[in-house]
Design a protein around this ligand. Structure first.
Ligand SMILES: [Zn+2]
Length: 464
C-alpha cells in the first residue's frame, strides 16, 4: 500500500468507527439544582432507612458515576446562572450572567445546537421557566433577573416544549401585563396550564405552566403538595409524550429539580430528602423511556452546585442519623413559617400547649419524634418572646425566604434530631455528583469540570 492508499485506508477506518460508535437519538439531561453529594445521600438514606426500599434511588442504579467541579469565572462559589451556562454551553461565566461568557459574548447552548440539527427540544422545571437553569438553555442576557427579555427569547427559541411555574416576565412590578404571554402565543406556541391541554394540543410548540402562589414563582415543595399545581414527574411525562409526537426521531430534554436548591437555602433537611425522591420519580419517567429504546437513549443526572453545605450526620447525632423521623414532617419550613405568622395574627393568645399540639401535628415533634429538654427549653423561650411578650424578633432571612424566628428554631431542632448538618444558607464550592446510563456514557465516569458535560454529549451525538 502506498502512502496515499494508507491515508485513504485510515479515512475509511475513521468513517467505520463513527458508524459503529453509539449515536444516541434521545438525550435526557437532569439537573438537581443544589443537589450535592449530601443532598443525594439525604434522598437515598431516606429512601433506604425510612421507606425501606432495598433498591437504591434510580440515579444511583445507573452504571456510570463521576463528579464535577462547579466554580464560576467570578467566584469559587457559583450561582445558578453561571453554573447553568457552564452546563448548557461548556463555557464558564460570571455569577448572574446567562448564556454569555465572562466578556458578555453570547455562547451557544447544546440544546440550540441539537435543535438546529433537527432535534426536538423540551425543558422542564419546578421553577419559573424564565429562571436561570432553564434560561441557560435558550437565553443570552447579562443579568438573570431580566425575566421579560428571557421570556421573549424562550418564545423565539423555536423549542417544542417548555414547562414550569410562573412566567415572571409577564407582569411588571405593579402587576400589569407586559404582554409576554401574548408574545409567546404570537410565535406559534400553544400556552397551556394542564397536562390534558398538552395531550390535546395540535401545535408543534407547547408551553405548559402552573401559576405559582409564591413570590419565588415555583410550583411549591413536594412535602406541601400544593393542590392544583403541576408536579415534576407529571411535567416530565408530558414532555416525553409531546416530543414523541412532534419529534419522534430525535429529541433532547433538560429537567430541573429546582426546589432542592430552595430547600437547601432554607436548611430544611426533611423537606429536601422528600424533594430528592420527587426528582428521582421524574428520572424514572426517562428511565421507562430508556427501557423502550435502550440502544438509542442516554440519561445524565447532575447538579449545578451544592446548596447549604449539607451533610447526613451532625454534631448532635454522632455516628448516625435518623431519616426515619422524616415521614412525620408534613410541611416545609417555608410553609410552617407562613402558618406561624398567620397564628400570630389570627390567634395571638395561643398557649404553649396549643403551640406544641400544632407543631406536633405538622412535624411529629413531641409525638413520634422525641425532643430533648434542652431543645424544648430553647423553643419555649422563643415562644414566650414571640407570643407572650409580643417581641418582634427578627426574621431569619435567606435568598428566597424570610423565616419567622420561632419557626426557624423548630426546624433547627428538627434538623438536629433527623441528623442533617448545614454550614450555610448560600451555595458552596463543593463538587457535585454525575450519574449516567446509556451506550457511550462511560465517558462520564470520571472527575470533570462543569464545562465538560455539554461538549461530551454533543460529541456523542455526532455534532461536535
Ligand atoms: Zn440557589
Amino acid at each position: 500500500m502506498n502512502f496515499k492508499g494508507l491515508l485513504l485506508g485510515l479515512g475509511a477506518m475513521a468513517v467505520s468507527f463513527s458508524v459503529l460508535a453509539a449515536t444516541p437519538k434521545y438525550i435526557f439531561y437532569f439537573i438537581g439544582d443544589g443537589m450535592g453529594m449530601g443532598q443525594a445521600m439525604a434522598g437515598q438514606t431516606y429512601n433506604r432507612v425510612a421507606l425501606g426500599n432495598e433498591q437504591p434511588l434510580m440515579m444511583m442504579q445507573f452504571p456510570y458515576g463521576g463528579m464535577i467541579e462547579t466554580y464560576s469565572a467570578s467566584s469559587t462559589v457559583t450561582d445558578s446562572a453561571a453554573a447553568g451556562t457552564a452546563l448548557s454551553t461548556g463555557h464558564k461565566t460570571k455569577n448572574g450572567m446567562l448564556g454569555m461568557d465572562a466578556d458578555t459574548v453570547a455562547v451557544t447552548s447544546m440544546a440550540k445546537v441539537l435543535h438546529d440539527a433537527g432535534w426536538g427540544v423540551g425543558l422542564v422545571t419546578t421553577m419559573a421557566p424564565d429562571d436561570a437553569t432553564p434560561g441557560a438553555f435558550y437565553a443570552h442576557v447579562p443579568n438573570r433577573n431580566m425575566f421579560y427579555e428571557i421570556g421573549r427569547q424562550a418564545a423565539e427559541s423555536g423549542y417544542e416544549f417548555i414547562a414550569g411555574a410562573t412566567w415572571r416576565g409577564e407582569l411588571d412590578n405593579s402587576g400589569k401585563s407586559r404582554g409576554l404571554h401574548d408574545y409567546i402565543r404570537s410565535k406559534g406556541v400553544d400556552l397551556v396550564t394542564s397536562i390534558e391541554a398538552v395531550d390535546n394540543s395540535k401545535s408543534r410548540r407547547v408551553f405548559l405552566y402552573s401559576e405559582s402562589p409564591f413570590t419565588s414563582g415555583d410550583i411549591g415543595y413536594t412535602v406541601d403538595s400544593i393542590p392544583g399545581m403541576l408536579t415534576l414527574p407529571d411535567m416530565t411525562r408530558a414532555a416525553i409524550d409531546h416530543l414523541e409526537r412532534v419529534s419522534p426521531d430525535h429529541f433532547f430534554m433538560m429537567v430541573e429539580g429546582g426546589n432542592i436548591d430552595h430547600l437547601g437555602h432554607g436548611n430544611d433537611g426533611g423537606g429536601l430528602a422528600i424533594e430528592v425522591l420527587n426528582f428521582n420519580e421524574a428520572i424514572a419517567q426517562a428511565y421507562n423511556f430508556y427501557l423502550k429504546h435502550p440502544d438509542e437513549t442516554v440519561i445524565i443526572v447532575t447538579a449545578d452546585h451544592e446548596t447549604g453545605g449539607m451533610s447526613v450526620g451532625n454534631r448532635h447525632v454522632g455516628y448516625t442519623s435518623y431519616p426515619q423521623y422524616v415521614p412525620y414532617q408534613a410541611i416545609s419550613k417555608d410553609n410552617f413559617s407562613r402558618k406561624v405568622k398567620e397564628l400570630l395574627k389570627n390567634q395571638p393568645d395561643m398557649t404553649w400547649d396549643q403551640f406544641k399540639e400544632f407543631t406536633a401535628e405538622k412535624t411529629g415533634l413531641w409525638k413520634q419524634v422525641p425532643i430533648k429538654a434542652r431543645q424544648e427549653k430553647k423553643l419555649k423561650e422563643i415562644f414566650d418572646d414571640t407570643f407572650e411578650k409580643r417581641m418582634a424578633l427578627a426574621d431569619e432571612k435567606t435568598l428566597y425566604s424570610s423565616f419567622n424566628a420561632l419557626a426557624n428554631e423548630v426546624f433547627n431542632v428538627l434538623n438536629e434530631i433527623q441528623g442533617y448538618g448545614w454550614t450555610t444558607g448560600s451555595h458552596t464550592g463543593n463538587p457535585v455528583p454525575v450519574y449516567a446510563i446509556g451506550d457511550g456514557m462511560e465517558i462520564f465516569g470520571s472527575r470533570m469540570d462543569n464545562t465538560g458535560i455539554a461538549p461530551r454529549l454533543l460529541r456523542l451525538a455526532g455534532l461536535q
